[in-house]
Design a protein around this ligand. Structure first.
Ligand code: HEC
Length: 156
């Protein structure tokens, strides 16, 4: 019963517009991943961004101003990484490695991202394997837009 309630809470936190999880990846793990995102990633990566926000931020950057965040939003990161690592297994392996040993060569973000924000610091070095796994799975399942859909909705 307890498990069922926790599952329902996780589902309501994750909300609409996410991918269905496989049986190996539980809703509980995704919920844990969300908390890890909140504590370790959200200070740089916004969770999502509206097309209007992207438009305004693009204008600010063009005018030489700093954007209001220090990294691309997670909705964009998720779509972008899926373009290169589409399966859950490859995606999770990439994210776990990237956050531990990030580099310009490995990264798959748009060139603009490195120009504006620089390369991500190795946040994952202070995280447990379990935490890295959970946050990578949250990032995979939280969003379901393809890169092409994302760019069509949020042109920049
Ligand atoms: C201090 C700011 C900062 C924090 C904290 C941070 N990131 Fe990042 N992250 C960045 C920046 C800047 C980029 C874009 C440049 C790059 O990809 O290295 C980025 C890019 C990424 C990418 C795309 C990698 C690529 O280039 O292909 C992933 C995935 C990612 N972050 C995951 C995470 C996760 C998960 C966390 C939390 C555990 C996290 N980040 C915390 C700054 C941060």
């Amino acid at each position: 019963m307890k498990k069922l309630i926790a599952g329902a809470v996780a589902l309501s936190i994750i909300g609409a517009g996410c991918q269905k999880t496989t049986s190996e990846t539980s809703e509980i793990e995704i919920k844990k991943g969300y908390l890890i995102y909140k504590n370790n990633c959200s200070m740089c990566h916004w969770e999502t961004v509206t097309p209007e926000q992207i438009r305004n931020i693009r204008k600010m950057v063009k005018e030489g101003k700093k954007p209001p965040f220090a990294a691309p939003p997670m909705s964009e990161v998720s779509a972008r990484v899926k373009k290169f690592y589409p399966t859950e297994e490859k995606f999770v392996a990439f994210v776990k490695d990237y956050i531990t040993n990030p580099s310009r060569e490995k990264g798959v973000c748009l060139p603009m991202a490195y120009k504006i924000f620089g390369v991500m610091p190795p946040i994952g070095r202070n995280m447990s394997e379990d935490s890295k796994e959970a946050v990578a799975k949250w990032l995979y399942y939280r969003f379901n837009m393809s890169w092409e859909e994302f760019m069509k909705k949020h042109p920049h």
